[in-house]
Structure formats: C-alpha cells, structure tokens
Design a protein around this ligand. Structure first.
Ligand code: 2BA
Length: 106
C-alpha cells in the first residue's frame, strides 16, 4: 500500500475530495492545516491507496488543485515595507508519497 500526504489550497479541497471519494480508496482523510511560511490555512489530505491507484490519484489532484498568487504582509518583519506585500505563488499541491509498512483501522 502507498501513502500520500497532499498539501493543497483549501479552495480546491471540496472538488478534490469529491473526485477522490469516487475512487474508492482504502483511506482518505481531510485535515485542516497551516503553511509555515504564509501562516495561512491550507488543507492536508492523507491518502492510502494501492500502487495501481497512484496515477489516478495524481490525475485527480492535477485536475482539481490550481496554482494561485498570494500576498504575504511584510509589516510583521519589516514595518517600513508595509505598503509592499510580498507576492508568492502557491501550488497546486505539495505531495509526499511513501510506502505504508503497516495500516490499521480501529
Ligand atoms: P506555506 O509554507 O505557507 O508556503 C506558501 C508558499 O510560499 C509556497 O508555496 C512557496 O511558494 C512560498 N514559500 C514557502 N517558503 C518560502 C521561503 N522560505 N521563501 C520564499 N517563499 C517561500 P508551495 O511551495 O506551493 O507550498 C504550499 C504549502 O505546502 C506550504 O505553505 C506548506 O504548507 C506546504 N509545503 C510546501 N513545501 C513543503 C515542505 N518541503 N515540507 C512541508 N510542507 C511543505
């Protein structure tokens, strides 16, 4: 079994979940999370899947998770730059894929 941690933007989470649920995966959890850089809310999906399902999961995430421009207020670190928020391009999706050694559900 494979595990995937997918960090995505919360605006994309409903569409991604709807299509992932249709894949009948062994495990699918949606977790509210926060990025360490922007300190804005995002969504972490923890996905358990069979190796042959990985490509289908990737297709769904590519189709539903989009890159967007976000702005980081700079006044916390540098008050003199308060008029110039830092432009940041946020993915899409950040994926960590690993082998699952053991999987249990109670
Ligand atoms: P954040 O940490 O809030 O980062 C949001 C976006 O800010 C990042 O988008 C990237 O474009 C930019 N960014 C992050 N750290 C930066 C830095 N030190 N200097 C300049 N710009 C920086 P993404 O790379 O698409 O990441 C989106 C979210 O995915 C991140 O939100 C974080 O929650 C997660 N993430 C990304 N890479 C990760 C990693 N290596 N480990 C754990 N989580 C990660």
């Amino acid at each position: 079994m494979q595990g995937m941690l997918a960090i995505i933007q919360s605006q994309d989470a409903d569409a991604a979940m709807e299509r992932l649920e249709a894949l009948d995966l062994p495990g699918l959890s949606r977790i509210a999370s926060m990025g360490g850089f922007l300190r804005q809310g995002n969504t972490a999906l923890w996905i358990a899947m069979q190796p042959e399902q990985v490509n289908r999961v990737m297709e769904v995430l590519r189709a539903t998770c989009h890159r967007r421009t976000s702005y980081m207020p700079t006044y916390m670190e540098a008050p003199q730059l308060a008029m110039f928020p830092l432009e940041v391009e946020v993915g899409g999706a950040t994926l960590f894929i690993c082998d699952v050694e053991r999987y249990e559900v109670f």
